[in-house]
Design a protein around this ligand. Structure first.
Ligand SMILES: Cc1ncc(COP(=O)(O)O)c(C=O)c1O
Length: 378
């Protein structure tokens, strides 16, 4: 079975048995302990505790930063003059300039923020103050849906289409004054082009804000065709959110940014923005184009491997433009794959209502284990 985007969701779910979703967790991401049996138990607990809460935190990539990057950052820590670490660090100014250059956009439109997540949280606060409504694709960035519900916002959850894509028209039809989706989309990895998004932007009222989360865009072969950054100059109701957490591998340094011409959002992070050291790290990461290219190539190769293994085992999958691949499994298939991975000491948590097994593209060892486990389906 091939690319699921050409198949009907209903047909797939009919074969899927009980609704379920699984997350592959590699051994390398887990805590270690002295005794092997205790070790195993702790690993299991840690994984389950976390994943029952939120399955998205593993959406980084396994390569991390390069040795050159680490060396340069260490040098910076050892030699940086004090003024680098003032509130409004010179590094943050430089970073803003570097990002604007990379995006080929005006510096006035770019705002640094301590991550895409906190930016989105701030936007949710605005929804609340405005007594507005919020529309989000369903599923999408799980954390955001949860926060919106926690804040007791009026939330419209718009199901993905039968091709597992964001339903842009459906989102617009809600009439919500804040509309969000991730592009490429979490968790399925499908993506919308800038042209498709612009059609919907044109249909919105001026007071309807569209938030496009491009956290995973750098993993796509056609990032340039997808990105909405170029539309920001034209539409005052558009916000594009980005992060250094994914392809740059700097999640814990908390570096993100957003692009908008809407002054309503311009004052958010201007004083307490990201730290000078994080800004320096981001500048080094932007300069490290070799690592960027290596990461991109690794993820592409890993994706091809998982897809090839899925095809060999006649498993349905969703063609993804991000760094994860979702497999649509039937209940017996799922059980077999999970059993195989458990033999290799991987842990799982079941959550949600979808019938999918999502594989975040992982280290070579984890990847090999995943691919081998898919082979039990024949
Ligand atoms: C779609 C999406 N947006 C944003 C984030 C969070 O990004 P950041 O680490 O910059 O807060 C995530 C993290 O998993 C994500 O999946």
């Amino acid at each position: 079975m091939s690319d699921i985007s050409s198949l009907s969701r209903r047909n797939l779910l009919l074969g899927a048995g009980a609704a379920f979703s699984l997350v592959l967790l590699g051994q390398e991401g887990l805590a270690t302990n002295s005794s092997p049996s205790k070790d195993k138990k702790n690993k299991q607990l840690k994984a389950n505790d976390y994943f029952n809460e939120d399955i998205l935190h593993r959406n980084e990539h396994p390569l991390g930063v390069s040795p050159d990057f680490i060396k340069s950052l260490q040098e910076e820590c050892g030699t940086a003059p004090f003024h680098h670490y003032k509130y409004l660090s010179e590094q943050t100014t430089l970073l803003k300039k570097a990002i604007s250059r990379k995006l080929n956009t005006s510096e006035d439109l770019v705002y640094l923020a301590p991550g895409a997540g906190p930016t989105l949280e701030k936007i949710l606060n605005t929804v609340k103050w405005d007594r507005g409504s919020f529309a989000i694709s369903d599923p999408d960035f799980y954390f955001l849906t949860r926060v919106a519900e926690y804040m007791k916002l009026k939330v419209f959850k718009v199901p993905t289409t039968d091709k597992y894509e964001v339903d842009l028209v459906g989102l617009a039809k809600t009439g919500a004054n804040y509309i969000y989706f991730s592009n490429p989309h979490v968790p399925y990895g499908r993506a919308k082009t800038r042209q498709e998004i612009e059609v919907v932007l044109k249909s919105l009222e001026k007071n309807q804000i569209l938030i496009v989360d491009e956290a995973y865009i750098d993993f796509s072969d056609r990032a340039k065709d997808l990105s909405c950054v170029d539309l920001v100059k034209k539409y005052q109701n558009l916000i594009v959110v980005r992060t250094f957490s994914k392809i740059y591998g700097l999640a814990s340094l908390r570096i993100g940014y957003y692009v908008t011409q809407n002054k309503k959002f311009s004052e958010y992070f201007t004083i307490y923005t990201i730290s000078g050291l994080s800004a320096k790290a981001a500048l080094l990461a932007l300069d490290d184009t070799k690592r960027f290219d290596e990461t991109f190539a690794y993820i592409k190769m890993a994706k091809e491997k998982v897809v090839a293994a899925a095809k060999t085992s006649d498993l349905k999958y969703i063609a993804s433009e991000a760094n994860f691949v979702t497999l649509l499994t039937t209940a017996p298939q799922r059980e077999k794959i999970v059993g195989e991975l458990q033999k290799k000491n991987y842990s799982f948590a079941a959550a949600g209502k979808s019938a999918f097994l999502r594989i975040t593209l992982a280290s070579a060892k984890e990847l090999q284990d995943a691919v081998q486990s898919l082979a039990v389906i024949k």
